[in-house]
Design a binder for this molecule. Structure first.
Ligand code: DLL
Length: 433
């Protein structure tokens, strides 16, 4: 039986959804124009005023917002309420220089929790479940989002956070966890460990809610088979609130976007032109119910396809495919957002030439980041001990910038193949998309 958290919303008619979107969009545009000088000047630059936006049909008149705008406006430039009304921040993984901070009022947290509650119930969750949350807690939205959703459903919530696999498995067995929420790569690692230890019969899991990074259908099958569960995808991004922007239902054929809160568009990433339903392009979101941090036409850089086809679960909200890639060069490594340019900055600051190769692979379900860097001829004449110390120093500097470990290998000058066209800086061996 399909479970819904808010059936009157999740299964509403297209006309009803559209009516909500029209009214909420108009209200949100006025709210940001009146309260956020950054938006006001962006709109003025494009010659748009709130009176030009009467319905969703007028959405295309608004300027796009990008991650660069969020960085420019860091930290408070896009906050749309007085500081006294904001109660929480969350932030994207990554570095100090590129951090993006999102704000929430209590109302915003409530609606975020509702979105995650919908995802948990779509995965079969009820108040009788034990929801094991192994997403990271803290600035990352994964833990807090699913935690809040689980509370709303009324399930017993285990705020495990990530890591400490022995303890995760022990609690899973002792407390009889029934729904596991974590990244797909961690789920695969847990599954592998449980099988290696012959503990399959001791766990009671029935479903998993896995997202925050790309994962294939093969990986889904592997996790499902090993744990004997049904694995559901969940999507979201910090800027638009966190997990639960969209989520999978029993059909497992794409994720329903919570359209009462977010309007989705697909655009051509090169021209910005809005593409019709069914065409592949960059996903753009407008949040229409948030108070503290409403974003208009935010370019996610995720490439996917939207579909309004009728879904067997009864939900009427538009579905998005799994992201099929990105329109920028951002990598997600161990759940952390990594831009090759951050690595380049560290290398250049430390006096290395801009000849390097980044390789990402996945071993035993864990991501591995490796950076090969050419030395200058002077460095190359150093002793082996000095070179080893240089590698250690770079590992430390990269860790400080990215927040994760990268293996560093210093190589001889001119040993990294030069490309004739665009340099291929990144080799991703994970076959994610
Ligand atoms: O990863 C929010 C989240 C937490 C989603 C837990 C699902 C579960 P960020 O760290 O801001 O937020 O990263 C957002 O991660 O633009 C996508 O590129 C990628 N992403 C998120 N979910 C999926 C997914 C969280 N299900 C960025 N499949 C997004 C593929 C995903 N990529």
């Amino acid at each position: 039986m399909e479970h819904y958290y808010q059936p009157e919303i999740e299964c509403a008619s297209r006309e009803q959804i559209r009516a909500w979107q029209d009214e909420r969009l108009v209200r949100t545009v006025k709210h940001v124009y009146d309260n956020v000088p950054y938006y006001r000047s962006m709109m003025e630059e494009k010659g748009v005023t709130p009176s030009d936006i009467k319905s969703v049909d007028d959405l295309h008149k608004l300027p796009f917002l990008t991650k660069d705008d969020l960085r420019d406006a860091y930290p408070y430039g896009l906050l749309a309420v007085p500081l006294s009304d904001a109660v929480r921040i969350q932030s994207t993984s990554g570095t100090t220089g590129r951090r993006v901070v999102a704000f929430y009022t209590q109302h915003d947290l409530d609606l975020w929790d509702d979105c995650c509650a919908r995802a948990i119930m779509a995965a079969g969750g009820t108040k009788d479940d034990v929801v094991h949350v192994s997403y990271g807690y803290g600035l990352f939205t994964g833990g807090p989002g699913l935690n809040g959703g689980s509370h709303k459903v009324g399930s017993l919530t285990l705020p495990m956070s990530s890591g400490n696999t022995d303890r995760q498995i022990q609690f899973m067995i002792d407390l009889g966890s029934t729904i596991l929420c974590c990244t797909p790569s961690y789920a695969a690692y847990l599954a592998e460990t449980i099988c290696e230890r012959g503990l399959q019969d001791k766990i009671k899991l029935k479903a998993g809610i896995f997202g925050a990074e790309a994962w294939s259908e093969e990986m889904r099958r592997d996790i499902q088979d090993k744990l004997g569960i049904k694995a559901y995808d969940i999507y979201g991004l910090t800027e638009i609130s966190g997990p639960g922007v969209s989520f999978e239902c029993s059909a497992q054929t794409g994720m329903h976007i919570n359209e009462d809160h977010f309007i989705a568009e697909i655009i051509d990433p090169k021209t910005g032109e809005v593409l019709p339903d069914g065409e592949k392009g960059e996903l753009v979101f407008t949040s229409i119910t948030k108070q503290a941090f409403p974003l208009l036409r935010y370019r996610t850089r995720d490439i996917c396809v939207l579909s309004h086809e009728k879904c067997s679960c009864g939900r009427t909200h538009v579905k998005m495919t799994k992201p099929m890639g990105r329109s920028d060069d951002m990598l997600i490594v161990k759940g952390v957002n990594v831009f090759p340019s951050q690595i380049e900055t560290v290398l250049l600051n430390k006096g290395y030439p801009a000849n390097y190769q980044i390789t990402v692979s996945r071993e035993h379900n864990s991501d591995k980041l490796e950076v090969q860097v050419e030395m200058t001829p002077e460095m190359f004449s150093d002793s082996l001990g000095q070179i080893a110390r240089r590698e250690e120093e770079l590992i430390g500097a990269l860790k400080a910038m990215l927040g994760i470990y990268a293996k560093v290998q210093l190589v001889a000058p001119k040993s990294i193949a030069r490309s004739e066209g665009k340099a291929v800086r990144v080799i991703d061996k994970r076959n994610l998309y």
